[in-house]
Design a protein around this ligand. Structure first.
Ligand SMILES: Cc1cc2nc3c(=O)[nH]c(=O)nc-3n(C[C@H](O)[C@H](O)[C@H](O)COP(=O)(O)OP(=O)(O)OC[C@H]3O[C@@H](n4cnc5c(N)ncnc54)[C@H](O)[C@@H]3O)c2cc1C
Length: 401
């Protein structure tokens, strides 16, 4: 859609990357997305194409073979990709978070080992905080690492790993008591381990099992799994950053850029829903005229387009703030919250515009309707975003009386 969600002030390089990705989305993703989604089929050809375009290395520094691009460029690409099919942006997102965490917190040896192969898309990342009994309350993690000579022995069960089966490198957050005396705050006794594994399901490394895909309502194609550690031995040099006790902060840093990414996905899905709605509204006739000519439908289109614009502006602002080196947790939280709520509303309006046909699997909006709710949950629910936003506001507007 030419008019909505424009971004001013982009460099020539950013514009070129974006138009290449947009073309790829229009030609290679949109025509096949719904069919693949209905079959819950992994989009291997699309992934191979994105590898060739260098999308897996977009933000990885050039010295490691990536494109060294900004968070803004990355987020705008994600917006385009999600406009085509949200699941594809999910395949990239956990990879991007793990690469970002390695770049920010990894030892030199860890960066040299993983980043070049991640830039090429040969090593693919997943990240794992959630467990069966917790998602929002990360400090309640029970999976544990115990030191044994030069290794750590990991035990516990993880839940909801996006790309759990297809990835070959998982950043896993566990509790590690070593060096942290009794009574240490939970978030200071957690460690991120870089766990290498074979792709696939079953026992993918001694002591590590990926049971199978979780059957989901939407967000199909991309695999979401559990992960079971039973005496999994990891060498000490695979502690992210080489020092235990920093995992909570490393993960929160990763999730913060992930939130901009989820906001971008919300923008992309909402844009597609608007495109579908505005097109259908001009084709379907009732009471002797296209439904787009009924004021009630025009009002819907106006509200949808306004939401698309507002979400895009907030997402771009959050990305630019991070790129400028400033703290962006407030803006990222707001962007994620607003974009995911608006996305759900825009998709629902587009669904209503389709009348009964929106309920048919022949129409793309049916897929979007099942995909949008995931954005309300992933990378922190709406309630968690509002907690972050509220706390930051009270810091900024401290009562001085
Ligand atoms: C498709 C999918 C993919 C995912 N991928 C990943 C992944 O790759 N890696 C990963 O680690 N996790 C992943 N997750 C997990 C996701 O991050 C969690 O589901 C999410 O954080 C919410 O946690 P929960 O499901 O345990 O809900 P809970 O934390 O149990 O929350 C339940 C409800 O209570 C509310 N709530 C919780 N605490 C509070 C509070 N203090 N105040 C007010 N309300 C509260 C929540 O907002 C929610 O409405 C994925 C989830 C899904 C569905």
């Amino acid at each position: 859609m030419a008019r909505l969600a424009q971004t001013h002030g982009l460099t020539d390089v950013q514009q070129e990357i974006l138009s290449t990705v947009r073309e790829f989305v229009d030609k290679e993703i949109i025509p096949v997305a719904t069919e693949l989604e209905h079959r819950d089929e992994y989009p291997q050809d699309i992934v191979d194409g994105l590898k060739e375009l260098g999308v897996f290395g977009l933000m990885i520094p050039e010295e490691y073979g990536g494109l060294g691009e900004s968070l803004l460029t990355y987020a705008l690409c994600v917006e385009e990709i999600a406009r085509g099919w949200m699941s594809v942006s999910g395949i990239i997102n956990t990879h991007f978070i793990v690469a970002y965490m390695l770049k920010q917190h990894g030892t030199q040896e860890q960066k040299d080992t993983f980043l070049p192969r991640m830039a090429a898309g040969e090593v693919r990342g997943a990240f794992s905080m959630s467990e069966p009994a917790l998602g929002s309350d990360v400090s309640a993690i029970t999976s544990k690492a115990v030191k044994d000579g030069d290794e750590y022995v990991l035990n516990g069960q993880k839940m909801w790993l996006t790309n759990g089966g297809t990835s070959t490198l998982v950043a896993v957050l566990v509790r590690s008591d070593e060096g942290h005396p009794e009574g240490t705050a939970p978030h200071k006794s957690m460690t991120t381990f870089l766990v290498e594994k074979e792709p696939g399901f079953g026992e993918v490394r001694p002591g590590l099992t990926i049971p199978g895909k979780i059957d989901k309502m939407g967000y199909k194609g991309v695999d979401t799994t559990e992960l079971i550690m039973d005496g999994l031995r990891i060498p000490a040099n695979r502690v992210l950053g080489g020092v235990t006790g920093r995992g909570f902060y490393q993960m929160m840093d990763g999730v913060e850029v992930g939130r901009v990414n989820v906001a971008a996905r919300g923008c992309g899905v909402a844009q597609r829903a608007f495109e579908l709605g505005v097109s259908y509204a001009q084709q379907r006739h009732t009471f002797g005229k296209p439904i787009a000519q009924h004021q009630a439908i025009q009002f819907k289109l106006a509200e949808m387009a306004t939401k698309v614009e507002a979400a895009h502006a907030m997402m771009v602002n959050a990305a630019r703030k991070k790129d400028s080196g400033e703290r962006n947790d407030l803006e990222a939280g707001m962007a994620k919250y607003l974009a995911s709520e608006y996305c759900k509303e825009v998709v629902e309006d587009a669904f209503r515009i389709h009348g009964g046909y929106g309920f048919s699997k022949e129409y793309e909006i049916e897929r979007l309707y099942r995909e949008a709710p995931m954005l309300l949950i992933g990378e922190g629910t709406a309630e968690i975003q509002k907690m972050i936003i509220g706390r930051r506001l009270l810091e900024e507007y401290r009562f001085q009386g």
